[in-house]
Design a protein around this ligand. Sequence first.
Ligand SMILES: [Zn+2]
Length: 189
Amino acid sequence: MKALISKVFDIFQGPRLFQFFWHFLVGVSRLTESEIKAASLVLGENSIKYRSVRVAEGRLLTLIFKFGPGRAFTTFHTVNLPKSGYHSREHSELLIHELVHVYQFERIGTDYIFQALRAQQEGGYFYDSWPGLNSWRANGKHFKDYNREQQGQIAQDYQKDVIEPGLPEANEVRAAYEPFIAELKAGQL
Ligand SMILES: [Zn+2]
């Protein structure tokens, strides 16, 4: 049912309309060139429409983050971030996690929201880290088999634990992530 509602919402340009009004209530800006460059290393260069992404901070969001859980969330092409704390913009791995949700939206439409909410309630974010990736890979698991939050988390951890420290290709941690990241870049999510 939720999948059907999402489909209808997408057909009637719901995401576009939502963002049109949402952007009046929050402050938005584009991704910077360096943010796009950092994200490209994890998600791929032309994987998502980086130029259509807006980062929203402040105004109505100040209230939402003050009284809500204070965690970043993504509405279609808009990444909503608190101004301070671990979920704020300067933590690039967090931004990459949220851009995975943008990627999910571009691939499957609005239903990604319901799938991500289900993931938060059921499987959670944890995927047994890189040793888990290795053993699940051996069991034939692909990136698309992880839930919507684990997918974000894998990309986030790859940025923080592989890209940032500049692990060489032969490194076992990097090698564990690489096949899954290749699938992410290929849009297999
Ligand atoms: Zn998430």
